[in-house]
Design a protein around this ligand. Structure first.
Ligand code: AMP
Ligand code: ZN
Ligand code: FE
Ligand code: FE
Length: 293
């Protein structure tokens, strides 16, 4: 349940305009403070571009955990399954990781432009320059295309835009994600702490088997996100039990995207013990930041 107990309120997964959220990093930290959060992680897709603005705008009393959500893929099955890894407190200048993130972002550009071309070939009036502009300088993603479909009057909501007849399947194209084992290794090498985001979110598409999570735990995965709006109650329980068996920490978070999603900041939260394990696990010298005002 959100906000259980009297401990600090900790939300470890949110997006800003550095990727597909609708609040700027400065607006995001202010909104987090206004929502009564004590700790917020900024975890934009495949980028650390929002970090410095978030630090500069940090309101007194809020602690910021710097992170990112990496677009990964598990190649152990055919076709490979896409998945997301949250990385916390890694060195943002670690060369191999920087190179991988920039490669993924470049692939996102190509893929989004191809999705738009496919829509246009079917007579759908959306424009790549307009979508690219709407993403500003941030990591472009399908939510930006979803907004164009809404502007064109073809769907009413982002959720509708992700239905199979639109971005969910018909106009879904793969991007060049990073191999998930390589991602765990690169995050650890950069002194960061990897957590598997929404590992059982079956409503989003195919999910990976537990045996992969067992292997990832042996390879350096630190935790699993259990409380997430895309997990049913049974899925949350399953994730928690698996984490218990494997000695992994468990997080809960909103995966806030501003108006691109309906979920609110702090809708799910993480226990302070899990947060402390994440902080203790980082070896990069990147630490949580608290503004003293
Ligand atoms: P992309 O990273 O471009 O593949 O787009 C994936 C992003 O789209 C996710 O991070 C979510 O923000 C959003 N998304 C994925 N599935 C859905 C869905 N069913 N409804 C709404 N948003 C979704
Ligand atoms: Zn997103
Ligand atoms: Fe995700
Ligand atoms: Fe996310």
């Amino acid at each position: 349940m959100p906000g259980t107990g009297d401990g600090p309120r900790i939300d470890l997964h949110t997006h800003s305009t550095a990727s597909d959220g609708t609040l700027t990093p400065a607006e995001l930290v202010r909104a987090a403070s206004a929502a009564g959060l004590d700790v917020l992680a900024i975890t934009d897709h495949d980028t650390t571009a929002g970090w410095s603005e978030a630090v500069r705008a940090l309101p007194p009393g809020l602690t910021l955990l710097r992170g990112a959500e990496l677009s990964c893929r598990w190649y152990g099955t055919e076709p490979a399954i896409p998945l997301h890894l949250l990385g916390y407190l890694f060195d943002p200048e670690s060369p191999e990781l920087v190179a991988e993130l920039s490669r993924i972002r470049a692939s996102r550009e190509v893929r989004a432009e191809r999705i738009v071309a496919r829509l246009r070939a079917d007579g759908v009036d959306v424009s790549w320059p307009e979508i690219r502009t709407s993403a500003a300088g941030g990591t472009v993603g399908r939510p930006h295309i979803a907004q164009a479909l809404i502007r064109a009057g073809l769907v009413r909501t982002t959720t509708e835009a992700f239905r199979p007849e639109w971005l969910g399947e018909r106009y879904r194209l793969p991007k060049e994600d990073i191999d998930v084992f390589r991602a765990v290794r690169l995050l650890r090498q950069a002194g960061g702490v990897p957590v598997f985001a929404h590992p059982r979110a079956s409503r989003r598409g195919r999910i990976v088997p537990d045996r992969l999570i067992v292997e990832l735990a042996a390879a350096g995965l630190a935790g699993l996100e259990a409380d997430h709006e895309d997990h049913s109650a049974a899925e949350r329980e399953h994730v928690r039990a698996l984490a218990g068996e494997l000695g992994l920490l468990v997080t809960g978070s909103s995966d806030f995207h501003g108006t691109h999603k309906t979920v609110r900041l702090g809708a799910h939260t993480t226990a302070v013990e899990a947060y402390e394990r994440i902080v203790a696990g980082a070896t990069s010298g990147v630490v949580p930041v608290t503004s003293v005002g």
